[in-house]
Design a binder for this molecule. Structure first.
Ligand SMILES: *Cc1c(COP(=O)(O)O)cnc(C)c1O
Length: 370
């Protein structure tokens, strides 16, 4: 049997096609009743008072920063290892990203390194639930409380993940999610904000829609807003995708369990598991190698066996823009972020991965002898 397994296959079902068709046929293309319906579902699931659909995860993060009034002169603490959007939105509002190295055991922000970077310009901490594992939010929130800082969760890849009993997106001022095809449920592009604050809710709601709002049935404009609306057919698709979300998550958990118990290769370090963060959204199954040469060889060898793998995320301070702007020759400041970027690999994990493919991936990895 010849295998050709991509890193991700979004699961677009017949039901998704049906609701998409119906929504398109209605003629209501921009933000409408499906958006509203999906927002209610998500707020209920995550356990927050408000949720708002927007056009992407990046748009969600941008609005979150704007809602907290983050701007020039402010510093925003973020992990050094993430998708670059986490830092780009900080640049976009004119603030300065302050990078913190990650804990190599979780790939999340190392909370022990945060306090030494806090100064009077620090406005907020924005942890990322990297790869779908909740960041150490109890620790992050304790630091925020002590220093009177805000917190935003970049929960782009962590829908359904928890720390203890709380869902990601409900552990800070504002949570931001993404529905890019690499995430658990998708509308092509799309994002979501969650908050318990009425003030943020009314700002976000107006801001995504040109700053327009309705008071007593009349349209008012209190802000110079943006157009970050989601289309109504995207929301229809998300409602349909979300109806199967529990199956989706448990399938990924099943695959992760198979990988963790089945992969036995001394060149490969598997992701750690944590008793207070059992609910993992498994956006990425990220393994580590001793060095970059081994990792690169793994990616090449897996490719020749028909399995697509790739690096997991960026060490953001080492990307051209951030290196040139802030770190001319500070190559060794973020050793764990660099290690994760250079020596880590994402292997396929998604609902549509068949049992045969899972077995084949495990067997191929176990037979890999560089
Ligand atoms: C995917 C992702 C984003 C960006 O989401 P988009 O919907 O692609 O804009 C931001 N942060 C993290 C951690 C992500 O994984």
């Amino acid at each position: 049997m010849k295998f050709d397994i991509p890193l991700m296959r979004p699961n677009i079902t017949e039901e998704d096609f049906l609701v998409l068709r119906e929504s398109l046929r209605s003629g209501n293309l921009v933000q409408g009743s499906n958006v509203e319906h999906f927002e209610h579902k998500m707020a209920e699931y995550i356990g927050v008072n408000y949720s708002f659909c927007v056009s992407s995860g990046t748009a969600a993060l941008h609005l979150a920063l704007l809602s907290l009034g983050v701007g020039p002169g402010d510093e925003v603490i973020i992990p050094a290892f993430s998708f670059i959007a986490t830092a780009n939105v900080v640049e976009l509002v004119g603030a300065t990203p302050i990078f913190i190295d990650i804990d190599i055991n979780t790939f999340n922000i190392n909370t022990l390194l945060i306090e030494e970077k806090i100064c009077k310009r620090t406005k907020l901490i924005m942890p990322v639930h990297e790869f779908g594992l909740a960041a150490d939010m109890s620790e992050v929130n304790a630091i925020c409380e002590k220093h009177n800082l805000y917190c935003i969760e970049d929960a782009a890849c962590a829908i359904g993940a928890k720390e203890d009993e709380l869902f990601t997106g409900n552990m800070s001022e504002i949570g931001a999610f993404s529905f890019h095809p690499r995430k658990s449920i998708t509308s092509g592009e799309g994002g979501l904000l969650t908050t318990n604050s009425k003030k943020h809710a009314s700002f976000i709601k107006a801001m995504r829609n040109h700053g327009l709002d309705f008071e007593d049935g009349k349209s008012v404009q209190n802000y110079a807003g943006l157009n970050y609306r989601m289309t109504d057919f995207q929301a229809a698709m998300l409602i349909s995708q979300f109806n199967r979300f529990d199956e989706n998550l448990s399938r990924k958990q099943w695959i992760a369990d198979r990988y963790i118990s089945g992969i036995k290769n001394s060149y490969i370090k598997l992701p750690n598991q944590f008793s207070n963060r059992k609910s993992h959204s498994w956006q990425t199954f990220h393994v580590l190698f001793k060095n970059q040469t081994l990792r690169d060889k793994f990616i090449r060898d897996m490719k020749s066996c028909g399995i697509q793998t790739n690096f997991g995320a960026h060490s953001i301070p080492h990307t051209n823009f951030y290196k040139q702007k802030y770190f001319f020759n500070c190559n060794n400041r973020y050793p764990n972020a660099l290690e994760a970027h250079l020596c880590g690999a994402a292997i396929p994990i998604y609902e549509l991965l068949s049992d045969t493919e899972v077995d084949y991936i495990i067997k191929t990895i176990n037979n890999w002898n560089p």
